[in-house]
Design a protein around this ligand. Structure first.
Ligand code: ADP
Length: 209
């Protein structure tokens, strides 16, 4: 989303009142040259406020800033924002899972079976909870404490980021595995977390993200 400057606001108003109107005529009303206006018109067109038709001119799309923001949010796709997943096998110990979580610097681990198919999820709190007990952490396998299939919330790389954001909030979880369905189960191909969603949000305001 962009913030419009004074001149862009004035152009928008002129087109609202007089559109369809040519660039030439907009320039006349502002006592400026067509060339001076070109960058502003490009910005207004690219950001969806105005539409341009050859030989007709510019016209107002009727979309408000918040509608345009909604449009952009609803066009974001998981595959453009996902991270690399960190997976562990179901036989590793709670101790090793904790070490992996620190080394890989993630808050959620995905657990797979020997065929690399998703069987569980381990969050920070799952590992903390297991650590409160009196068990020997290096002898407890993660598959006794993980959240397991079929209770795992997943998504695919083609899903809308907004739908995944809703799932994260509704289920009160921090991350989802991005999966590919096969005949035997789900392969983990990515990871989408609240951090990825926050980055996507920033990317709408600042293209360097
Ligand atoms: P934390 O435990 O650090 O607060 P979460 O809120 O992500 O992290 O996890 C809360 C619980 O939900 C944990 O028991 C975890 O195993 C489970 N969980 C996390 N992600 C998922 C998921 N994608 N699908 C199902 N359950 C999940």
């Amino acid at each position: 989303m962009i913030e419009l400057n004074k001149r862009q606001e004035r152009i928008l108003q002129i087109v609202k009142d007089n559109g369809p109107i040519t660039g030439e005529h907009i320039a006349e009303q502002l006592n400026l040259t067509r060339a001076t206006l070109r960058p502003d018109l490009a910005i207004l067109t690219m950001s969806g406020f105005l539409d341009a038709r050859p030989r007709v001119g510019y016209f107002y799309t009727g979309k408000s800033g918040s509608q345009l923001l909604t449009d952009s949010l609803n066009s974001l796709i998981i595959k453009d924002y996902q991270s690399i997943p960190v997976v562990v096998t179901e036989s590793i110990s709670v101790y090793d899972a904790i070490v992996t979580m620190f080394l890989e610097d993630v808050g959620t681990l995905f657990v797979v079976d020997k065929n690399s198919l998703l069987v569980g999820v381990l969050s920070r709190k799952d590992l903390l909870r297991a650590s409160i007990g009196k068990q020997e952490l290096s002898s407890v396998p993660v598959n006794v404490i993980m959240t397991r299939m079929p209770n795992i919330t997943m998504c695919t790389k083609e899903d809308l980021l907004m739908d995944v954001a809703k799932k994260l909030i509704e289920k009160q979880i921090d991350a989802l595995p991005v999966v590919r369905e096969t005949d035997n189960g789900f392969e983990v191909t990515g990871r989408i977390t609240k951090t990825n969603i926050t980055k996507a949000f920033l990317s709408l305001a600042d293209s360097s993200y």
